[in-house]
Design a protein around this ligand. Structure first.
Ligand SMILES: Nc1ncnc2c1ncn2[C@@H]1O[C@H](COP(=O)(O)OP(=O)(O)O)[C@@H](O)[C@H]1O
Ligand SMILES: [Mg+2]
Length: 284
Protein backbone atom coordinates (compact mmCIF):
# COMPACT_ATOMS: atom_id res chain seq x y z
CA UNK A 1 0.00 0.00 0.00
CA UNK A 2 1.12 3.51 -0.79
CA UNK A 3 1.29 6.25 1.80
CA UNK A 4 -1.15 9.02 0.99
CA UNK A 5 1.68 11.56 1.11
CA UNK A 6 3.59 9.62 -1.52
CA UNK A 7 0.84 9.70 -4.10
CA UNK A 8 1.91 12.76 -6.02
CA UNK A 9 5.24 12.41 -7.75
CA UNK A 10 5.75 15.66 -9.60
CA UNK A 11 9.53 15.59 -9.82
CA UNK A 12 9.41 13.53 -12.98
CA UNK A 13 6.94 15.88 -14.56
CA UNK A 14 9.13 18.91 -13.79
CA UNK A 15 12.14 17.22 -15.37
CA UNK A 16 10.40 16.53 -18.66
CA UNK A 17 11.70 19.60 -20.49
CA UNK A 18 15.28 18.39 -20.18
CA UNK A 19 14.67 15.45 -22.45
CA UNK A 20 16.00 15.98 -25.96
CA UNK A 21 13.56 15.76 -28.83
CA UNK A 22 14.50 14.10 -32.09
CA UNK A 23 15.43 16.11 -35.16
CA UNK A 24 12.46 17.75 -36.80
CA UNK A 25 10.34 17.76 -33.68
CA UNK A 26 9.87 21.30 -32.47
CA UNK A 27 9.41 22.09 -28.81
CA UNK A 28 6.37 24.27 -28.79
CA UNK A 29 4.11 25.75 -26.16
CA UNK A 30 1.20 23.44 -25.80
CA UNK A 31 -1.00 21.84 -23.20
CA UNK A 32 2.02 20.35 -21.49
CA UNK A 33 3.02 23.85 -20.39
CA UNK A 34 0.10 24.19 -18.02
CA UNK A 35 1.06 24.20 -14.38
CA UNK A 36 0.05 21.31 -12.16
CA UNK A 37 -1.57 23.73 -9.72
CA UNK A 38 -4.28 24.44 -12.27
CA UNK A 39 -5.58 20.93 -11.81
CA UNK A 40 -7.87 20.76 -8.87
CA UNK A 41 -9.58 17.49 -8.10
CA UNK A 42 -13.07 17.25 -6.79
CA UNK A 43 -13.07 15.45 -3.41
CA UNK A 44 -14.81 12.36 -4.84
CA UNK A 45 -12.19 12.15 -7.57
CA UNK A 46 -9.45 12.26 -4.93
CA UNK A 47 -11.21 9.49 -3.05
CA UNK A 48 -11.37 7.43 -6.21
CA UNK A 49 -7.66 7.99 -6.86
CA UNK A 50 -6.95 6.96 -3.29
CA UNK A 51 -8.94 3.74 -3.85
CA UNK A 52 -6.69 2.88 -6.78
CA UNK A 53 -3.64 3.59 -4.60
CA UNK A 54 -4.96 1.33 -1.82
CA UNK A 55 -5.57 -1.47 -4.31
CA UNK A 56 -1.98 -1.17 -5.49
CA UNK A 57 -2.94 -0.07 -8.98
CA UNK A 58 -1.38 3.41 -8.77
CA UNK A 59 1.85 4.00 -6.87
CA UNK A 60 2.53 7.60 -7.89
CA UNK A 61 0.58 10.22 -9.73
CA UNK A 62 2.69 12.30 -12.09
CA UNK A 63 1.93 15.38 -14.12
CA UNK A 64 -0.88 16.23 -16.49
CA UNK A 65 -0.53 15.11 -20.09
CA UNK A 66 -3.59 16.83 -21.48
CA UNK A 67 -6.48 18.97 -20.43
CA UNK A 68 -9.58 18.59 -22.58
CA UNK A 69 -13.13 19.84 -22.34
CA UNK A 70 -14.42 16.61 -20.83
CA UNK A 71 -11.38 14.93 -19.37
CA UNK A 72 -7.91 15.46 -17.99
CA UNK A 73 -5.21 12.87 -18.62
CA UNK A 74 -2.39 12.31 -16.13
CA UNK A 75 0.76 10.25 -16.18
CA UNK A 76 1.17 7.83 -13.29
CA UNK A 77 3.22 4.87 -12.13
CA UNK A 78 1.81 1.48 -11.24
CA UNK A 79 2.96 -0.86 -8.50
CA UNK A 80 5.72 -2.36 -10.65
CA UNK A 81 6.77 1.09 -11.90
CA UNK A 82 4.93 0.55 -15.17
CA UNK A 83 3.73 3.76 -16.76
CA UNK A 84 0.01 4.44 -16.70
CA UNK A 85 -2.34 7.00 -18.18
CA UNK A 86 -5.15 8.15 -15.92
CA UNK A 87 -8.10 9.72 -17.67
CA UNK A 88 -10.28 11.67 -15.28
CA UNK A 89 -13.65 12.70 -16.65
CA UNK A 90 -14.86 15.99 -15.24
CA UNK A 91 -17.98 15.62 -13.15
CA UNK A 92 -19.10 19.08 -14.24
CA UNK A 93 -18.97 18.18 -17.92
CA UNK A 94 -20.82 20.42 -20.34
CA UNK A 95 -21.24 17.55 -22.75
CA UNK A 96 -23.66 15.67 -20.54
CA UNK A 97 -26.55 15.60 -23.04
CA UNK A 98 -24.43 14.29 -25.91
CA UNK A 99 -23.02 11.60 -23.60
CA UNK A 100 -26.51 10.55 -22.60
CA UNK A 101 -27.57 10.29 -26.27
CA UNK A 102 -24.65 8.00 -27.09
CA UNK A 103 -25.23 5.86 -24.01
CA UNK A 104 -28.96 5.46 -24.65
CA UNK A 105 -28.25 4.20 -28.19
CA UNK A 106 -25.94 1.48 -26.84
CA UNK A 107 -27.50 -1.92 -26.06
CA UNK A 108 -24.78 -2.58 -23.45
CA UNK A 109 -26.07 0.23 -21.25
CA UNK A 110 -29.77 -0.06 -20.72
CA UNK A 111 -31.35 0.86 -17.38
CA UNK A 112 -28.76 3.37 -16.31
CA UNK A 113 -29.23 6.25 -13.91
CA UNK A 114 -29.59 9.54 -15.73
CA UNK A 115 -28.30 12.09 -13.26
CA UNK A 116 -25.18 13.95 -14.36
CA UNK A 117 -22.73 12.11 -12.16
CA UNK A 118 -24.04 8.63 -13.08
CA UNK A 119 -23.89 9.47 -16.77
CA UNK A 120 -20.23 10.52 -16.48
CA UNK A 121 -19.45 7.31 -14.55
CA UNK A 122 -21.17 5.23 -17.25
CA UNK A 123 -19.25 7.11 -19.92
CA UNK A 124 -15.92 6.23 -18.31
CA UNK A 125 -16.98 2.59 -18.03
CA UNK A 126 -18.06 2.67 -21.68
CA UNK A 127 -14.59 3.82 -22.71
CA UNK A 128 -13.04 1.00 -20.66
CA UNK A 129 -15.34 -1.56 -22.32
CA UNK A 130 -14.64 -0.15 -25.77
CA UNK A 131 -10.89 -0.31 -25.19
CA UNK A 132 -11.20 -3.90 -24.01
CA UNK A 133 -13.29 -4.91 -26.99
CA UNK A 134 -10.90 -3.26 -29.45
CA UNK A 135 -7.88 -4.67 -27.67
CA UNK A 136 -9.34 -8.21 -27.70
CA UNK A 137 -9.82 -7.87 -31.47
CA UNK A 138 -6.12 -7.01 -31.88
CA UNK A 139 -6.60 -3.32 -32.61
CA UNK A 140 -3.69 -1.26 -31.21
CA UNK A 141 -5.26 0.82 -28.42
CA UNK A 142 -3.94 1.53 -24.90
CA UNK A 143 -4.45 -1.62 -22.82
CA UNK A 144 -7.33 -0.92 -20.44
CA UNK A 145 -6.57 -1.59 -16.78
CA UNK A 146 -9.37 -0.42 -14.50
CA UNK A 147 -12.19 2.04 -14.05
CA UNK A 148 -13.84 3.31 -10.90
CA UNK A 149 -16.43 6.09 -11.09
CA UNK A 150 -15.09 8.83 -13.40
CA UNK A 151 -11.48 7.60 -13.43
CA UNK A 152 -10.15 5.31 -16.16
CA UNK A 153 -6.71 3.74 -15.98
CA UNK A 154 -4.91 2.41 -19.02
CA UNK A 155 -1.48 1.69 -20.38
CA UNK A 156 0.59 4.83 -21.05
CA UNK A 157 1.52 5.27 -24.69
CA UNK A 158 4.88 7.00 -24.56
CA UNK A 159 7.97 6.85 -22.37
CA UNK A 160 9.37 8.59 -19.31
CA UNK A 161 6.18 10.51 -18.73
CA UNK A 162 6.17 11.98 -22.24
CA UNK A 163 3.15 10.89 -24.25
CA UNK A 164 3.74 9.77 -27.83
CA UNK A 165 2.95 12.62 -30.22
CA UNK A 166 -0.42 12.66 -31.92
CA UNK A 167 -0.37 12.20 -35.69
CA UNK A 168 -1.24 15.89 -35.99
CA UNK A 169 1.76 16.91 -33.81
CA UNK A 170 4.31 15.71 -36.36
CA UNK A 171 4.99 18.53 -38.83
CA UNK A 172 3.90 17.74 -42.44
CA UNK A 173 7.44 18.06 -43.79
CA UNK A 174 8.67 15.54 -41.23
CA UNK A 175 5.81 13.15 -41.98
CA UNK A 176 6.48 13.26 -45.71
CA UNK A 177 10.22 12.86 -45.12
CA UNK A 178 10.20 10.11 -42.49
CA UNK A 179 7.21 7.96 -43.46
CA UNK A 180 5.88 5.98 -46.38
CA UNK A 181 2.55 7.77 -46.22
CA UNK A 182 0.74 5.15 -48.27
CA UNK A 183 1.95 2.44 -45.92
CA UNK A 184 0.92 4.49 -42.91
CA UNK A 185 -2.54 5.00 -44.35
CA UNK A 186 -2.80 1.28 -45.16
CA UNK A 187 -1.89 0.48 -41.59
CA UNK A 188 -4.50 2.82 -40.15
CA UNK A 189 -7.05 1.39 -42.60
CA UNK A 190 -6.20 -2.10 -41.36
CA UNK A 191 -6.89 -0.95 -37.79
CA UNK A 192 -10.28 0.44 -38.78
CA UNK A 193 -11.05 -2.80 -40.57
CA UNK A 194 -10.18 -4.90 -37.53
CA UNK A 195 -12.23 -2.54 -35.38
CA UNK A 196 -15.19 -2.86 -37.75
CA UNK A 197 -15.06 -6.53 -38.68
CA UNK A 198 -13.49 -8.18 -35.63
CA UNK A 199 -14.65 -5.91 -32.81
CA UNK A 200 -17.91 -4.87 -34.48
CA UNK A 201 -17.27 -1.22 -33.67
CA UNK A 202 -16.84 2.22 -35.18
CA UNK A 203 -14.51 4.72 -33.46
CA UNK A 204 -16.82 7.68 -34.18
CA UNK A 205 -14.31 10.40 -33.20
CA UNK A 206 -11.35 9.46 -35.33
CA UNK A 207 -8.95 12.05 -36.70
CA UNK A 208 -5.23 12.91 -36.58
CA UNK A 209 -5.90 14.11 -32.99
CA UNK A 210 -6.79 10.65 -31.72
CA UNK A 211 -3.93 8.63 -33.18
CA UNK A 212 -0.70 8.46 -31.13
CA UNK A 213 2.55 7.71 -32.94
CA UNK A 214 4.04 5.23 -30.49
CA UNK A 215 7.82 4.83 -30.75
CA UNK A 216 8.37 8.08 -32.62
CA UNK A 217 10.12 9.98 -29.81
CA UNK A 218 12.28 6.96 -29.02
CA UNK A 219 13.37 6.72 -32.66
CA UNK A 220 11.90 3.22 -32.89
CA UNK A 221 9.65 1.80 -35.56
CA UNK A 222 6.40 3.73 -35.24
CA UNK A 223 3.28 1.87 -34.28
CA UNK A 224 0.19 4.08 -34.41
CA UNK A 225 -2.25 3.62 -31.53
CA UNK A 226 -5.92 4.65 -31.61
CA UNK A 227 -7.09 6.49 -28.49
CA UNK A 228 -10.17 8.24 -27.09
CA UNK A 229 -12.74 5.46 -27.55
CA UNK A 230 -15.39 6.85 -25.21
CA UNK A 231 -17.88 7.54 -27.99
CA UNK A 232 -17.05 4.42 -30.04
CA UNK A 233 -20.20 2.48 -30.87
CA UNK A 234 -21.32 -0.95 -31.91
CA UNK A 235 -22.38 -1.69 -35.50
CA UNK A 236 -25.95 -2.18 -34.27
CA UNK A 237 -26.13 1.57 -33.70
CA UNK A 238 -28.37 3.15 -36.37
CA UNK A 239 -25.74 5.80 -37.18
CA UNK A 240 -22.75 3.47 -37.27
CA UNK A 241 -22.27 3.83 -41.04
CA UNK A 242 -22.53 7.62 -40.93
CA UNK A 243 -19.90 7.73 -38.16
CA UNK A 244 -17.62 5.37 -40.08
CA UNK A 245 -17.87 7.66 -43.09
CA UNK A 246 -17.00 10.70 -41.01
CA UNK A 247 -13.98 8.92 -39.48
CA UNK A 248 -12.77 7.90 -42.93
CA UNK A 249 -13.32 11.41 -44.34
CA UNK A 250 -11.16 12.91 -41.58
CA UNK A 251 -8.32 10.49 -42.25
CA UNK A 252 -8.53 10.81 -46.05
CA UNK A 253 -8.53 14.62 -45.80
CA UNK A 254 -5.44 14.53 -43.56
CA UNK A 255 -3.47 12.27 -45.91
CA UNK A 256 -4.61 14.00 -49.10
CA UNK A 257 -3.38 17.32 -47.68
CA UNK A 258 0.02 15.65 -47.41
CA UNK A 259 -0.12 14.80 -51.12
CA UNK A 260 -1.84 11.44 -51.37
CA UNK A 261 -4.85 10.98 -53.61
CA UNK A 262 -6.94 8.46 -51.76
CA UNK A 263 -10.69 8.14 -51.90
CA UNK A 264 -13.23 7.86 -49.12
CA UNK A 265 -15.25 5.26 -51.03
CA UNK A 266 -12.24 2.99 -51.60
CA UNK A 267 -11.23 3.17 -47.97
CA UNK A 268 -14.74 2.38 -46.77
CA UNK A 269 -14.94 -0.56 -49.21
CA UNK A 270 -11.61 -1.86 -47.92
CA UNK A 271 -12.76 -1.60 -44.28
CA UNK A 272 -16.02 -3.39 -44.96
CA UNK A 273 -14.92 -5.99 -47.48
CA UNK A 274 -11.18 -6.59 -47.40
CA UNK A 275 -9.68 -9.42 -45.34
CA UNK A 276 -9.04 -8.59 -41.70
CA UNK A 277 -5.38 -9.05 -40.83
CA UNK A 278 -3.77 -6.10 -38.99
CA UNK A 279 -0.55 -5.48 -40.89
CA UNK A 280 2.67 -4.66 -39.01
CA UNK A 281 4.74 -2.58 -41.40
CA UNK A 282 5.09 1.19 -40.71
CA UNK A 283 8.10 3.36 -41.37
CA UNK A 284 9.81 3.69 -44.69
N1 LIG B 1 -3.05 6.02 -22.95
C1 LIG B 1 -2.46 7.20 -23.17
N2 LIG B 1 -1.11 7.29 -23.13
C2 LIG B 1 -0.50 8.49 -23.33
N3 LIG B 1 -1.15 9.64 -23.57
C3 LIG B 1 -2.49 9.61 -23.62
C4 LIG B 1 -3.21 8.39 -23.42
N4 LIG B 1 -4.54 8.67 -23.53
C5 LIG B 1 -4.62 10.00 -23.79
N5 LIG B 1 -3.39 10.56 -23.84
C6 LIG B 1 -3.07 11.97 -24.10
O1 LIG B 1 -4.14 12.77 -23.64
C7 LIG B 1 -4.75 13.45 -24.75
C8 LIG B 1 -6.25 13.48 -24.56
O2 LIG B 1 -6.75 12.18 -24.48
P1 LIG B 1 -8.08 11.76 -25.22
O3 LIG B 1 -8.39 10.36 -24.81
O4 LIG B 1 -7.96 12.02 -26.68
O5 LIG B 1 -9.16 12.71 -24.53
P2 LIG B 1 -9.96 13.99 -25.05
O6 LIG B 1 -9.61 14.25 -26.49
O7 LIG B 1 -11.38 13.58 -24.88
O8 LIG B 1 -9.53 15.08 -24.13
C9 LIG B 1 -4.27 12.71 -25.98
O9 LIG B 1 -4.22 13.53 -27.11
C10 LIG B 1 -2.91 12.23 -25.58
O10 LIG B 1 -1.97 13.26 -25.75
MG1 LIG C 1 -8.99 13.12 -28.06
Amino acid sequence: MVEKEGLFEVAKWLKREERPLPKGKKRKKDYREFKTEEYVFEPTTLETLYKFAKRGIIKALGGPVSRGKEAIVFHALGDADEELAIKIYKLSTSNFNAMLDYIMGDPRFTHIKKDRRSVVFTWARKELKNLKRASDAGVPVPRPIACINNVLIMEFVGEGGIAAPRLRDIPPEVLTRDFELEELLKLITSYLKALYKDAGMVHADLSEFNILMHGYLEGEEVRPVLIDLGQALLLEHPNADAFLRRDVENIVLFFNRLGLKCSVEEMIAEIKNGDNAVSQDTTG
